[in-house]
Design a protein around this ligand. Structure first.
Ligand code: 5AD
Ligand code: SF4
Length: 479
């Protein structure tokens, strides 16, 4: 209760700051006739995409207008640190931003997201990228307006620019600040956070260190948000969390993800429910039963495998064996025979032998995934795996990676062939990026189909004939 009041007070405080800045920006606009622009670049996963919608909502409310290029008054990078190459991309782009900022000194540059939760990153930025104006993390996005205000109020006293850099980083939080502005990318579908953080500490993964401990949102807040979205025209929701299957365990009274899904199912107007990501160790029989009986939950489950070797899974701290995983898949397929399964797999985890890798290939052959995200192991400082000796040589990992991708392609092809010459319900999402005569829609299984059609169909669920499978997508036609 105390926490709820604290969160509500904080939300009100932030709304006040947003309004104050809005007035200030409006006055400037009256003088100059020019609105200030913003541009957000989002790296990483769907949690970050969702966070960027919140950031965009706050900026719009203040009076910034979006623009497509980085030549803007406010540029923000929402960063990811799950693998090293994500970090390198940010540093590369920051160099380019510096050139732009020299031409427009009033430009504000902000960095946030998972990379900022690491001390070494922030030290590096302070030292080598001191033209950055604002740094914040994953726990205090709701404070963005306040940080902008602080930066704008910082008097220019000369001296080192880093004196003016506003840095606000929290190690962890128990706060969940609701009801701040929000800017949805699509009018007809929306991501909804249900649980923040991760408690699993898989030995290769930096996420628990940068996103903090698991915090479930109050079920009523989630339901109210989805009802409001439905009222606003949303027909598909994606429930988001690093590990949705442990939703509700720490709430008082405790509840479960399966129970939450059943409540979401009852909401009028919502036609499709998706969720991401499931940890195999927490996927309960209760949830499988709900998947089997639901009319709205999409026929798609993302179930990260990481490795097929029980020996490596133990060292990875995944808390399931190869056999547990295969048994789970069997139970899921029994309940929902036409479900599409997708996965994440890491190749080259420290100590991975050819035998371990063959176990992974074996699971891929047995499960027949509809899609899989494959990653070369990336050493993340601060995780237990970073200190393990026997790191796998890059060329060995690369060779295994290629073999894995080849095997996955086979199962992707096999799976999509089965849908050829069938008619499927499709949510039309957008005009095709490369060919404007085509629309792009999403099947319940999460696969995409491109087909000729008019953009007035965007946001509708319609039947589409799948003429030809091209592996990861289909070419279709309207009935
Ligand atoms: N190296 C490579 N891949 C990783 N992932 C997480 N940490 C690492 C790492 N250190 C992958 C996992 C996870 C996905 C989001 O990213 O497969 O499921
Ligand atoms: Fe990382 Fe494991 Fe948590 Fe996923 S479940 S975010 S892989 S620690």
């Amino acid at each position: 209760m105390e926490n709820i009041i604290k969160n509500e007070l904080e939300a009100q405080r932030q709304l006040n700051i947003i309004n104050e800045l809005k007035e200030r920006f409006e006055k400037e606009y009256q003088k100059t006739g020019i609105r200030k622009t913003f541009h957000i670049v989002t790296f990483g996963c769907q949690m970050n995409s969702r966070d960027s919608e919140k950031i965009s909502g706050i900026l719009k409310q203040i009076g910034y207008v979006p623009t497509d290029t980085e030549d803007a008054d406010f540029v923000l990078y929402n960063t990811c640190t799950v693998r090293e190459n994500a970090n390198n991309r940010v540093y590369g782009r920051l160099g380019h931003l510096y050139t732009l900022k020299k031409q427009r000194p009033d430009m504000l540059i902000a960095l946030c997201g998972c990379m900022m939760q690491e001390n070494t990153t922030v030290e590096k930025i302070k030292k080598s990228y001191n033209f950055v104006d604002i740094i914040f993390g994953t726990h205090n996005i709701f404070k963005l307006a306040e940080l902008i205000k602080t930066r704008l109020d910082n008097e220019k006293t000369g001296g080192d620019h880093s004196d003016h850099m506003v840095i606000d980083l929290w190690n962890d939080t128990d706060m969940i600040v609701e009801n701040l502005p929000n800017d949805r990318k699509y009018p007809f579908k929306a991501g909804v956070n249900i649980i923040y953080g991760c408690n699993n500490f898989c030995s290769y993964c930096i996420v628990p260190y940068v996103r903090g401990r698991e915090r479930s949102r109050n079920p009523q807040d989630i339901i109210d948000e989805i009802k409001a979205l439905a009222q606003d025209g949303v027909i598909e929701v994606m429930l988001l969390g690093q590990n949705v299957n442990s939703y509700g365990k720490t709430l008082n009274p405790p509840t479960s993800f399966a129970k939450l899904l059943q409540e979401v199912e009852k909401i009028d107007g919502i036609q499709r429910i998706r969720f991401m990501t499931s940890h195999p160790k927490d996927l309960s029989q209760e949830l499988i039963d709900v998947l089997g009986s639901s009319k709205k939950i999409c026929k798609h489950l993302h179930l990260p495998l990481q490795s097929g070797s029980s020996r490596l899974l133990k060292i990875m701290n995944r808390k399931y064996t190869k056999e547990d995983y295969l048994d789970l898949v069997e139970r899921i397929r029994k309940a929902v025979p036409d479900i599409a399964l997708t996965t994440d797999i890491i190749v080259g985890f420290p100590g991975e032998t050819e035998e371990d890798f063959l176990e992974t290939l074996d699971v891929v052959k047995k499960v027949q995934y509809s899609n899989a995200y494959t990653f070369l192991y990336s050493k993340r400082t601060g995780t237990p795996a970073a200190n393990m000796d026997n790191q796998v040589p890059a060329e060995v990992a690369k060779e295994r990676f290629d073999r894995l991708v080849e095997e996955i392609h086979k199962s992707v092809q096999n799976n999509s062939k089965r849908y050829e010459n069938t008619v499927q319900e499709v949510l039309v999402e957008e005009v095709n990026e490369h060919d404007s005569s085509l629309l792009t829609g999403r099947l319940s299984s999460n696969m995409l189909v491109h087909f000729p059609g008019d953009k007035s169909l965007i946001g509708k669920i319609i039947p589409v004939y799948l003429k030809e499978s091209r592996g990861f997508y289909f070419i279709g036609s309207q009935l």
